[in-house]
Design a binder for this molecule. Structure first.
Ligand code: G3P
Ligand code: MG
Length: 248
């Protein structure tokens, strides 16, 4: 029986991404200002194997760059702006994972770091992320490495066995027990709209932590928490924390 890797009841999804450019240092700070104690961030690697915080394979939606992130060197990515055109955040940089960790450490926040490899880069992405985490994550703060990629999770399991892992799925697959055991995951992170109460009970009864994405309405959060879900990822963490009367 495993122990759940507990994060927070409300986790800021890509930072406070409902009000700030997603996956930026500003979104982390805003989540902290709104009372969040934990963020979820996505990470992938540059051509020269440096982890950056970014959701898409492509730079076009969230930055002033274009093309694939994995095809540019870190020095070029460092020059990009990731303000997503939000004037209040003009000039916000595309952050390296190391910069995000430095800020989270200063703010004493937990992290769910989603390993988001470009296709074909599952192994080097997980290895590069594990190296930065090993060198710089403060051991007293909550950390879970998660991924949709089983290949990346297997690499993380072997490279950094002490870090908690979570398998991310949309709908809960029939073989979730086998998959989480094989990858030695402590949590399962599932799509909120595709989880029912019986599944939630089976998963938590098996000793897994259970977190759901992406939950922006308080009624949906209440329903999931009543199922026994440990927490939810939200683009509007301050609103949920306030309306659920969560005290950290
Ligand atoms: O980690 C939970 C959630 O972030 C997974 O989906 O696409 O928002 O990264 P996505
Ligand atoms: Mg994510």
């Amino acid at each position: 029986m495993t122990e759940p890797a507990l994060l927070a009841t409300v986790i800021a999804h890509r930072g406070a991404s409902g009000h700030a450019p997603e996956n930026t240092l500003a979104a982390i700070s805003l989540a902290h200002d709104g009372g969040a104690t934990c963020v979820e961030l996505d990470a992938s690697i540059s051509r020269d194997n440096i982890p950056f915080i970014h959701h898409d394979n492509n730079l076009d939606r969230c930055t002033n760059g274009s093309g694939f992130l994995c095809e540019q060197d870190a020095a070029a990515l460092d020059k990009l702006v990731a303000d997503a055109g939000m004037s209040d955040f003009a000039g916000e940089p595309l952050p390296r994972l190391s910069a995000a960790i430095a800020l989270l450490s200063k703010l004493q926040m937990g992290l769910n770091l989603e390993i988001k490899p470009s296709p074909g880069l599952e192994e080097p992405t997980a290895l590069a992320i594990c190296e930065v985490v090993r060198d710089s994550w403060p051991s007293d703060l909550p950390l879970v490495l998660s991924s949709f990629s089983q290949a990346s999770l297997a690499v993380a399991r072997d490279a950094l066995p002490g870090a908690a892992r979570a398998l991310i799925v949309g709908a809960v697959p029939a073989d979730w027990r086998h998959q989480t055991q094989l990858l030695q995951c402590r949590n399962l992170h599932t799509a909120a709209t595709q989880l029912d109460e019986n599944q939630a009970k089976e998963i938590t009864d098996a000793g897994l932590g259970l977190y759901c994405f992406t939950v922006n309405e308080v009624d949906e959060a209440r329903k999931l928490l009543s199922f026994g879900v440990n927490g939810v990822f939200s683009d509007f963490p301050a609103k949920l924390i306030r309306e659920l009367s969560i005290v950290s």
